[in-house]
Write a protein that binds this ligand. Structure first.
Ligand SMILES: Nc1nc2c(ncn2[C@@H]2O[C@H](COP(=O)(O)OP(=O)(O)O)[C@@H](O)[C@H]2O)c(=O)[nH]1
Ligand SMILES: [Mg+2]
Length: 300
C-alpha cells in the first residue's frame, strides 16, 4: 500500500472527526516520552494546530519544520529564532532527503537526558526513547517515520476515528516510534490560510477551484517574491504601488499579468487564447516542486 496514494489530505474534517482525533492523540501521548510535531516549513503558521498545545502539557515536544528544501532559508531562520524566543524546541529538516534526522535524534536525547538517567538509576539501563509523530496532513509524518526507521513502514493514522492496536517501530538507535501518526487538522480559519494550505498541497485541488487557487497564488507569489516570478514567467512585475488594489473582476490588473505568464510558458490554445486551466496547474506544480525557487509564505 502506498502511503502517498493514501494521501491524508482527503480527510474532510467535521466536528466529530476532530473530537475523535484529539481524544486519540491525547491517549497516545500518554505512552510516549516526546512528541514530534511536524509542520510545513513554508507555512509554519497554517500547517500547525493550536489545539495540540493543550494536549501536550509539559511533555517534551520538538516542532519539526519539514520540507526545508522548499522553503526560503532566511525565513526558516526567522522561524527558528521565533520558536527559540518562545521557548519551543524547533528544528528544520528535509525528511524526504533524510537531512536533519541525526540532529533530531541528538535533540531528543538531550531533551530526555534527565528522564533516561533517572530510569538508568532505577535499573532500566538503555531504556528506549518513545516518540509519536503528530501533525497536519501532508506535512511529512510518514516520510519522517520511514526516514528514522531506515525502511518503509506502513504508517497508519491517516483516518481519524479508526483505533486499533499500534506497534512500536524500531530505529537503529534508542528511538522507538509509534506506528500510528497523530493526524490533526490544519488552521483553516482564514481565507489566506486556506489558500496557503491549498498551495502546499494540504488541501485537495478538487475541493478548491484550481484556476482561482492558482490566480490567488500568483498574486501572493508576485507580492512576496517578485524577482523569482519575473525570472520564471518572463514578466515585468510592476511595483505594488502601481497596482490598483481596487481592481477586480476581469479588470483586475493581475489578470493581464496572469495571462502574460501563461503565454510565456506556452499555455496557448489554438486561436491564441491562453489556456488558463493548463497554466493554473503548471503554476501550482511549479510552486509545489520548488521550481519557482525557495519560497516561504508565512513569517512569524
Ligand atoms: N520536498 C520535500 N518533500 C517532502 C519532504 N518530506 C515529505 N515530502 C513529501 O510530502 C508529501 C507528503 O508526505 P507524507 O509523509 O505522506 O505526509 P503525511 O501526510 O504527513 O504522512 C509526499 O509527497 C512526500 O514525498 C521534504 O523534506 N521535502
Ligand atoms: Mg501519512
Amino acid at each position: 500500500m502506498s502511503e502517498t496514494k493514501n494521501n491524508s489530505s482527503n480527510i474532510n474534517w467535521f466536528p466529530g472527526h476532530m473530537r475523535k482525533a484529539l481524544n486519540e492523540t491525547r491517549e497516545r501521548l500518554k505512552l510516549v516520552d516526546i512528541v514530534y510535531e511536524t509542520c510545513d516549513c513554508r507555512i509554519p503558521f497554517s500547517s500547525r494546530n493550536p489545539e495540540l498545545d493543550k494536549l501536550i502539557g509539559d511533555k517534551p515536544r520538538i516542532v519539526i519544520l519539514n520540507k526545508a528544501d522548499l522553503a526560503d532559508p532566511a525565513k526558516t531562520s526567522m522561524w527558528l529564532k521565533h520558536f527559540e524566543s518562545i521557548k519551543v524546541n524547533a528544528i528544520a529538516i528535509e525528511a524526504s532527503h533524510k537531512k536533519g534526522l541525526d540532529k533530531l535524534y541528538q535533540m531528543t536525547e538531550e531533551l530526555l537526558k534527565d528522564k533516561l538517567e533517572s530510569a538508568a538509576a532505577r535499573g532500566r539501563v538503555g531504556r528506549p526513547m518513545r516518540a509519536i509523530v503528530v501533525g497536519c496532513p501532508n506535512t511529512g509524518k510518514s516520510t519522517l517515520i520511514n526516514g528514522l526507521a531506515g525502511k518503509k513502514v506502513v504508517v497508519t493514522g491517516d483516518r481519524p476515528g479508526v483505533t486499533r492496536d499500534f506497534k512500536w517501530v524500531q530505529t537503529p538507535g534508542r528511538l522507538e516510534l509509534m506506528d500510528m501518526a497523530g493526524v490533526l487538522w490544519p488552521r483553516i480559519a482564514t481565507r489566506r490560510s486556506s489558500l496557503c494550505l491549498a498551495m502546499c498541497g494540504s488541501v485537495k485541488d478538487e475541493i478548491a477551484d484550481i484556476t482561482q487557487t492558482a490566480y490567488d497564488s500568483m498574486k501572493i507569489l508576485t507580492e512576496l517574491y517578485p524577482k523569482l516570478m519575473e525570472d520564471r514567467y518572463g514578466v515585468k512585475i510592476p511595483d505594488a504601488s502601481d497596482i490598483d488594489p481596487d481592481g477586480f473582476g476581469y479588470q483586475d490588473p493581475y489578470y493581464d499579468m496572469f495571462l502574460e505568464m501563461g503565454k510565456h510558458r506556452g499555455c496557448v490554445m489554438s486561436g491564441g487564447r491562453i489556456d488558463e486551466d493548463r497554466f493554473s496547474r503548471l503554476l501550482l506544480n511549479d510552486f509545489r516542486e520548488g521550481r519557482i525557487g525557495r519560497i516561504t509564505l508565512e513569517v512569524p
